[in-house]
Design a protein around this ligand. Structure first.
Ligand code: CIZ
Length: 311
């Protein structure tokens, strides 16, 4: 790429030329969030993907999110800036062991977190995000046990919130798992007025110190509505970009890892996306997401159930 190219202007030109919509997750770099047409969590963004009349969707997030957009909007060209932008939760739950897990528990309803592959979605009864998991689980028949995959911390939190009988898949997110309870307690001592807002992908040892637990969207709403001025944020740190923009008078501190610093909350998969790669994927129509039609139809069913149950 010509280093003198104004990437933001070029992305803008190509977006209009291609009738493209740029979707960005809250966990993307601030400069990517700022140029997106919509910024949100995976639930908001999948709704946008389902409703768009654009010809092309540029999904700035991780691969499974682009895959969801393609499953919901098969006639659109869906591109992602980097095909290597994976997810540790997706990796922790491969289709074959998941199929065996299901077969071992034939009477269970398989509730699967959206952070998984299309193959695992296709083997599930209903998909959830952290924004709608509690509402969806509460609507499921009370006499049926639940299999929850792949995030065991979100599953354990849902078990506590809903009182439902659940068998948990042993997966976790490399980001949320790295926060340190010891360092968090030290940070709270230094900032006694700060409220802790944590994502339910965090282990119990972190959630036990939280004043508020919620999805990205929910944490964002919480800090904006709160009269407190200082917050410790226990999720991927780039959500703080939206918080600081909406409430510049408030202070947001990323929760610490074992070294006391905040580098642990920078998702290496989300960080693969850059302005250069967004420009290139708009220009080259690649990397494009493809999902075989039989798999797409099978994965669509539990996703549509999710959209229906979270209205
Ligand atoms: O659902 C999402 O977008 C993720 C990964 C987290 C959240 O809480 O929004």
């Amino acid at each position: 790429i010509d280093p003198t190219l104004d990437l933001v202007a070029e992305i803008d030109r190509l977006r209009k030329e291609r009738n493209a919509v740029i979707l960005a997750h809250y966990y993307q770099e601030g400069e990517i969030q700022d140029l997106a047409d919509f910024v949100g969590d995976s639930l908001d963004l999948s709704r946008k993907a389902a409703a768009t009349d654009a010809d092309m969707i540029v999904f700035c997030g991780v691969r499974f999110m682009g895959e969801v957009a393609k499953i919901l909007s098969p006639s659109k060209l869906v591109v992602i800036p980097d095909s290597e932008a994976g997810c540790s939760l997706e990796e922790s739950c491969r289709p074959e062991p998941f199929r065996a897990f299901r077969e071992k528990h034939p009477d269970h309803i398989a509730v699967t977190y959206i952070n998984c592959s299309a193959e695992v979605k296709a083997l599930s009864d209903v998909i959830v995000t952290s924004s709608n998991a509690e509402a969806i689980i509460s609507q499921l028949p009370a006499d049926r046990p639940i299999l929850f995959a792949p995030d065991r911390h979100l599953g354990a939190y849902m078990q506590k919130k809903t009182g439902r009988d659940m068998t948990l898949w042993p997966g976790s997110c490399i980001i949320h798992e790295q926060f340190s309870e010891k360092e968090l307690v030290k940070l709270k001592v230094r900032h006694p007025k700060a409220l802790v807002a944590a994502h339910p992908e965090c282990p119990d040892s972190i959630l036990n110190h939280a004043d508020h637990v919620g999805s990205t969207r929910n944490i964002l709403d919480f800090v904006l509505a709160s009269s407190a001025k200082e917050f410790i944020i226990a999720t991927e740190q780039h959500i703080i970009h939206q918080m600081s923009k909406a409430a510049p008078d408030k202070t947001f501190i990323p929760a610490p890892g074992a070294d006391g610093g905040c580098s642990c909350s920078n998702c290496p998969f989300m960080a693969r996306n850059t302005l250069e790669k967004i420009y290139l994927c708009l220009k080259n129509d690649a990397p494009a997401i493809t999902v075989p039609e039989d798999l797409r139809v099978a994965a669509l069913k539990p996703l549509e159930r999710m959209l229906e149950m979270s209205k």
